[in-house]
Design a protein around this ligand. Structure first.
Ligand code: SF4
Ligand code: SF4
Length: 406
């Protein structure tokens, strides 16, 4: 009933728990925001009414502190260090296992994750965009990463429009937020007394239909649209263009790379929190008795020297070349691989960098005197121009880009 954009419903704040209860009754494990270690992370909800209210986080370069939202809303926080990434692309998992049988022969077997259905409540537009970017890598051109696919297929995504961006957010300039436009099952826009709710998939429509919501009024829809516009306007950071390919690739010898290398610790935090980074390493973990071994995939970072190690030498021996690799892959050569930038403007790499390196500032320094994006490079971009705010409500699943990769 609510699967079309014109059919938005209204869910009073006091009945948000009924949405969680419905998802639990359908067999989903429900994850929602929780305070842990001084940050907002996604954790299993102990009960339908366990979603916390009033959580907020102040973010700046190298800075993340929990605060309280004076309006006591459910979703007045921008994002935490995690995205959806760990739930689809596991930080560490076995790919296959080998065992020696009684006759001494080696027996190989795939190890696939046992995943149960999970509903994530509070997914942001930037993270939906990042999920589509990851899918372009893991599920593309007929190829299917079985481990990624198995986890992804079990996810039910309840997205939330961002009303309170952090100072590190710049999704409006990448065209990825603050309103969810694709990839969700249900999308919510939180108003003072409840939520405008739309479905983006048949599964989402069935859940909303079961809640028997009253239709959202024109005033409520207008308030949701205005809220998105205000959130975009409040973003203070930006990238100069969604497509910086030519501008950055023309600056490979710019002295700014030495400047940022002197500050960067090569810790890899930025790539760990980035929702689109997909680099990994593979390791073999033999048992102590030598009869079995697990082949494991673990997240890796291009900031580590070992990631660029090839037969006796490293192709990126210094921090300058590693930072340059990260930034130019993310914002420039990603266009060649995936048809869009690898940055969705979530700002995590800025907040979680221990020395406060801000990629928007680095880009501004690098391209300040360089060419503006050419007509041709602008055509390569699949994203709308900076600052665009999608109309609310918008349709969900679909529109996920698939392109070539490395
Ligand atoms: S940019 Fe910051 S987070 Fe990334 S590797 Fe360097 S110091 Fe670490
Ligand atoms: S590069 Fe930074 S701002 Fe862009 S998606 Fe990754 S973590 Fe977010």
């Amino acid at each position: 009933m609510f699967s079309h954009p014109d059919q938005a419903g209204f869910l009073p704040s006091a009945e948000l728990s009924s949405l969680v209860a419905k998802l639990l009754s359908l067999g989903y494990q429900c994850l929602g925001p929780a305070e842990e270690g001084g940050a907002i992370v996604m954790r299993e909800l102990a009960a339908p009414d366990a979603l916390p209210r009033g959580l907020q986080a102040e973010q700046a370069p190298g800075h993340y502190r929990l605060t309280r939202d004076s309006d006591n809303r459910f979703f007045a926080w921008a994002n935490g260090p995690q995205a959806i990434k760990p739930l689809a692309f596991a930080p560490q998992e076995s790919l296959w296992r080998v065992e020696r049988d009684a006759a001494g022969a080696l027996q190989f077997a795939a190890v696939l994750p046992a995943v149960s259905p999970q509903a994530i409540i509070g997914v942001r537009a930037c993270d939906l965009a990042a999920l589509a970017v990851q899918e372009a890598h893991f599920l593309r051109d007929g190829r299917r990463d079985a481990h990624y696919a198995q986890r992804r297929e079990q996810l039910f995504l309840v997205a939330v429009q961002c009303a309170v961006p952090a100072s590190t957010c710049f999704c409006a300039s990448t065209g990825d937020g603050p309103t969810p436009t694709a990839g969700f099952d249900i999308a919510l826009a939180e108003l003072a007394d409840g939520f405008v709710a739309v479905a983006g998939s048949e599964k989402g429509a069935a859940v909303l239909a079961a809640l028997a919501l009253s239709p959202a009024t024109p005033l409520q829809l207008a308030a949701a649209r205005q809220q998105a516009q205000d959130a975009a306007t409040r973003q203070t950071r930006s990238l100069p263009s969604p497509n910086l390919r030519d501008a950055l690739m023309g600056q490979l010898e710019h002295p700014r790379w030495d400047d940022v290398a002197a500050r960067c610790l090569a810790c890899g935090n930025c790539s760990a929190v980035c929702p689109t980074c997909f680099c990994h390493a593979e390791q073999d973990l033999p048992s102590l008795d030598g009869h079995a071994s697990e082949h494991v995939r673990v997240w890796d970072s291009c900031f580590g020297e070992s990631h660029g190690y090839l037969h006796g030498f490293s192709v990126r021996p210094d921090i300058r070349s590693r930072y340059r690799q990260w930034l130019t892959h993310k914002l420039a050569t990603w266009h060649d691989q995936f048809g869009r930038s690898g940055c969705v403007g979530c700002g995590r790499c800025i907040a979680w960098c221990p020395v406060g390196i801000d990629l928007t500032e680095e880009v501004a320094a690098l391209v300040r005197h360089s060419d503006q994006p050419s007509d041709e490079s602008s055509k390569r971009s699949t994203k709308p121009a900076g600052g665009q705010v999608a109309a609310y409500p918008a349709r969900g699943r679909g529109g996920q880009g698939h392109a070539q990769t490395d």
